[in-house]
Design a protein around this ligand. Sequence first.
Ligand SMILES: *Cc1c(COP(=O)(O)O)cnc(C)c1O
Length: 428
Amino acid sequence: MSQPRMSQSLSHPALSAADPELAALVGAEEQLQADTLRLIPSENYVSAAVLEATGTVLQNKYSEGYAGRRYYEGQQNIDQVETLAVERAKAVFGVEHANVQPYSGSPANLAAYLAFAEPGDTVLGMALPMGGHLTHGWGVSATGTWFRGVQYGVRPESALIDFDEVRDLARKERPKIIFCGGTAVPRTIDFAAFGEIAREVDAVLVADIAHIAGLIAGGAHPSPVPHADVISTTTHKTLRGPRGAMLMSRASHAKAVDKAVFPGLQGGPHNHTTAAIAVALREAAAPSFRDYAHAVVANAKALAEALLARGYDLVSGGTDNHLVLIDLTSKEVPGKVAAKALDRAGIVVNYNTVPFDPRKPFDPSGIRIGTPSLTSRGLGTDRMPLVAEWIDRGVQAAAKGDEDALTVIRGEVAELMAAYPAPGLPTA
Ligand SMILES: *Cc1c(COP(=O)(O)O)cnc(C)c1O
């Protein structure tokens, strides 16, 4: 491991003086994010500009309402900040309406329920163990207890969404809302197919693009815009903005969406976050972001190929996007054991269920990896065979309980990552 970074007091002088204990933790996290290979597909590195925006005095403001119709005075600048974010969202995604106030992806989805369904109504979403999100009507989520969640999955033979099942369930159950999109879906979402089914049964189609928003913005995944009534997204995953969310829609749904977010569900918007969303959207509109989005996918495909060549089973056989789901069953290493070993090797992943997983969700068969973060650091497809080699060596070391091998990998990882400085992190 490299030496602890000495610049922490330089990076955060006020924090270091006022609260050295907390400043040390921030410094340690900076070090960790610098030294490790971060493969969690929902994570990224935001730019220094996005980070700075989140740390501004916009944080000090209350501004319940929307630009031009607030419940507080003193909104001369805040109104312009929010309007910038809204206009940029509309331009980047080509939508008629955008609400940038949801605190995060889960509340954004809850606002969609509030806007378009009553408690007890039926909603159709992808089952969590098949790759869907908790908030798509899964039982342990409020969305699955306050609403009647009906769940679709993937085909056992291909791990692709079973549209016959989606259509049959939609016809039989007549859901008010259909959710598409997920957290562990390595393949292109066919928004047109979902749109056709939703129209047939008169359901509101919510495309939850939390994971792939950056790919859509960069033209590396088809857009849901012509097909979905509402688009929900986080801003902190591939879109590479601050932790936050947006709801976008046709103009005809604008009122319902806005009313649901405020006053339906939330109080004052987080204006510092709104500002950082605006910055991220400006970055996403630049030509270089198209390159980024395509590089994320190229890296994921190259990584998938290198893993296949090493005998790994990948759910659906590969990837179309930023995400690869590895089924470790044939390697005889449980997902959690592998994930924890890889963490000790400086490779950060999460354990994950695979479709039809015979193991339990807290001890599943797979690990989920993705390329948004390493691509933000500038690693290209030429490095993916090495990444696959490290994962392979880490999994083998996990199987044998070989801690020394994990320590060796950790050193190699830190050495390579030092050559790819991460955006937003202080340089040593
Ligand atoms: C991440 C994610 C969410 C939730 O976002 P949070 O900000 O963690 O609440 C919702 N839907 C999908 C598909 C996601 O991947």
